[in-house]
Write a protein that binds this ligand. Structure first.
Ligand code: C2E
Ligand code: MG
Ligand code: MG
Ligand code: MG
Length: 290
C-alpha cells in the first residue's frame, strides 16, 4: 500500500496521511475531487436568545453531497481533511459560502450573523486573519457578521500561537467562541486569557440535563462561571421544550438545537427564522422549528 501511495504522489501533498491505510487514502483522493467538483454543501442551524426567542444568528455546518454515498455528515470526512491539510481549502469554501449567504440574508432585511467552525490546523495558520479580512472586504460585510468557533483542544495544540491568531481575529472585530465547552482540557486561567466572548456548552451536558442531575449541575455552574468572567453562554443540543425552559430559568443567554431547528440549506433560512419567531412568546418556543 505504501508503494502504491508513493506512486500516486499523494504523500507529496499530504505528509501526515497514513500511507498504510488504503481507506484513508481513497477517502482523501475522493474528498479532494469532491471539493474540486463543488460537492460541498453548507447547512445552517439557527441560534436564538433565550430571553425573547429572537434568532440572532446561524451556525454553518458543512456536508458533502457525495455522488454515490449521498449527503455525508462532517464526521465522515472532517477527520481526513484535518490530517491531510484539505481542511484549509474546505474551510475557505465554507467561509466563502457563509459570507455570501449572510450578505443575501442581510439584503433581505435579516440581520443574522454566521458562525464558522475552525479546526486546529486552520486556527494555527498565521495567515488566517489576513485571509478572513480579505473575504469580509470582498463580500462588503462588517466583521461583526462573522463568528468563529474554536474548541479548547484545538487551542491547546499550541496555546501561544492560538492566542496570537485569536487576538488578531478579535482585533478585526470578529466574535470568537469556545465550542464544545466542557469536553477539553484547557485550564480556566488559559481560557480566561483568550479574547473570546462566548462559551458554547457541549451538547453532551445539555441534551441530558433534564434527566441527569450531574449534567444539570455542570450546566448551571458553567453558566455562573461564564457570566462571572463576562462571557455569554450558548447551550448546544437543546432538544426539548423542557430543556429550553430550564435554561431560561438558569439565565443562559442563547440556545441552539433540534428543538429550535435542525441544520438546513441557505434557501430555507429566512422562512425558518420567521416561523421560529412567530411561534415564540416570552422566551418560550411554542412549537419546534423543524
Ligand atoms: P459543532 O460545531 O459542535 O456543531 C453542532 C453539531 O451538533 C452539528 O452536527 C449539529 O447538527 C448537531 N446538533 C445541533 N443540535 C443538536 C441537537 O439538538 N441534538 C443533537 N443530537 N445534535 C445536534 P454536525 O453538523 O454533524 O457537525 C458535527 C461537527 O463537525 C461540528 O460540531 C463541528 O465540530 C464539525 N464541523 C461541521 N462543519 C464544519 C466546518 O465547516 N469546519 C470544521 N472544521 N468543522 C466542522
Ligand atoms: Mg460549532
Ligand atoms: Mg459544539
Ligand atoms: Mg462538536
Amino acid at each position: 500500500y505504501a508503494a502504491k501511495a508513493d506512486r500516486s504522489g499523494v504523500v507529496v501533498h499530504s505528509p501526515d496521511l497514513d500511507r498504510h491505510d488504503p481507506a484513508q487514502l481513497g477517502l482523501f483522493g475522493d474528498l479532494r475531487r469532491g471539493i474540486r467538483d463543488g460537492e460541498l454543501r453548507v447547512h445552517y442551524q439557527p441560534k436564538a436568545t433565550l430571553a425573547d426567542g429572537r434568532v440572532i444568528g446561524v451556525e454553518a455546518l458543512v456536508r458533502w453531497d457525495h455522488p454515490q454515498r449521498g449527503l455525508l455528515p462532517p464526521s465522515e470526512f472532517i477527520g481526513v481533511a484535518e490530517t491531510t491539510g484539505l481542511i484549509r481549502t474546505l474551510t475557505d469554501v465554507v467561509l466563502g459560502r457563509a459570507l455570501g449567504d449572510c450578505r443575501r440574508w442581510r439584503a433581505e432585511g435579516a440581520a443574522l450573523s454566521v458562525a464558522v467552525n475552525l479546526s486546529a490546523r486552520v486556527l494555527l495558520d498565521t495567515a488566517l486573519p489576513d485571509r478572513i479580512s480579505g473575504l469580509l472586504a470582498e463580500h462588503g460585510l462588517p466583521a461583526d457578521c462573522l463568528e468563529l468557533e474554536v474548541t479548547e483542544s484545538a487551542a491547546m495544540q499550541d496555546p501561544g500561537q492560538a492566542l496570537d491568531v485569536l487576538q488578531r481575529l478579535r482585533a478585526l472585530g470578529i466574535t470568537l467562541s469556545v465550542d464544545d465547552y466542557g469536553t477539553g482540557h484547557a485550564s480556566l486561567s488559559y481560557l480566561s486569557r483568550l479574547p473570546v466572548s462566548t462559551l458554547k456548552i457541549d451538547r453532551s451536558f445539555v441534551s441530558t440535563m433534564e434527566v441527569d442531575g450531574t449534567d444539570q449541575v455542570i450546566v448551571r455552574s458553567t453558566i455562573e462561571l461564564a457570566h462571572a468572567l463576562g462571557l455569554r453562554v450558548v447551550a448546544e443540543g437543546v432538544e426539548t421544550r423542557g430543556t429550553w425552559e430550564r435554561l431560561v430559568a438558569l439565565g443562559c443567554d442563547e440556545a441552539q438545537g433540534y428543538w429550535l431547528g435542525r441544520p438546513g440549506p441557505a434557501e430555507d433560512v429566512l422562512a425558518r427564522v420567521a416561523a421560529i419567531e412567530a411561534s415564540t412568546s416570552g422566551g418560550v418556543v411554542l412549537s419546534a422549528g423543524a
